[in-house]
Ligand binder design. Structure first.
Ligand SMILES: [Zn+2]
Length: 257
């Protein structure tokens, strides 16, 4: 009798674990890629499954979302060290390859890594930065890139480098706010600016920017009316929640991931 109960309890426990791991897990599958620079075959991860829950993960306070927070996201060739965000690996313009070869010249990754995911993200992102510098990327791209760098340096407990990256992200957000309206909605830029200020320890500036975000209407010309309404609601909710978090004990910058 008792044994049956234990078995039932164990079965229940595992079904609960399975339920949560199914609901909350993101999964990856291996795929072979040919390096566009040196033609070496590499095995990298491709997304197999995820859910909308990723938008609620704490990285939202840095305005970046999975898979940018995931160790799989920066591919890195084991031979020439070409490192890029996963969705850019197959899309290198052929005319840029000579300049990229030059930029990679002298690059080394020390250590015996069985898989690319074992190479620290900071190492891969530093190489990717050199590669992207050859690709005419705009302020929107770099602002996100430096938020991603800030995130991963912080996970690796390198606060000075995390701060340096976040300062660059903040400068780029400020520059987009002071220039002509670009592709990034202004409401979003105020949120990013507030987020970076909070992570850099300027809570007064952060709350000011988040309040400005709240007062700014979301306008994205690439989206229809309903999508714009959703954007408005989602970003206002995030700004309100963010202000509350800054003023409470669970400050986003104290969260590690
Ligand atoms: Zn290569």
């Amino acid at each position: 009798m008792r044994r049956t109960r234990v078995v039932k309890c164990v079965a229940l426990f595992f079904s609960v674990v399975l339920f949560f791991s199914t609901v909350w897990a993101t999964t990856w599958a291996d795929r072979e890629f040919v390096c566009p620079v040196c033609k070496t075959k590499n095995t990298f991860g491709v997304v197999a499954s995820y859910g909308s829950y990723i938008y609620q993960w704490p990285s939202k306070y840095q305005f970046i979302y999975w898979p940018l927070t995931d160790e799989h996201v920066v591919y890195s060739c084991k031979n020439c060290y070409l490192s890029l965000l996963m969705w850019d690996y197959d899309k290198l313009p052929p005319e840029k390859i000579p300049a990229i070869k030059d930029a990679l010249n002298g690059t080394r990754i020390e250590g015996d890594y069985k898989r690319y995911t074992a190479i620290p993200m900071s190492v891969r992102l530093d190489i990717a930065e050199k590669v992207y510098a050859q690709l005419d990327k705009d302020d929107e791209f770099w602002c996100e890139f430096y938020r991603v760098k800030g995130y991963h340096y912080s996970v690796e407990n390198n606060q000075p480098k995390a701060d340096e990256a976040r300062k660059k992200a903040l400068e780029l957000a400020t520059r987009q706010l002071s220039g002509k309206p670009g592709t990034v909605p202004v409401k979003e830029l105020w949120l990013i600016s507030g987020a970076m200020k909070h992570f850099l320890g300027d809570d007064k500036g952060a709350v000011g920017d988040l309040n400005t975000a709240l007062k700014t209407k979301y306008e994205n010309k690439k989206l229809d009316k309903e999508q714009n309404r959703n954007g408005e609601n989602n970003l206002s909710a995030l700004a309100k929640e963010y202000i509350g978090k800054i003023q409470g004990p669970q400050k986003p910058r104290l969260m590690k991931e």
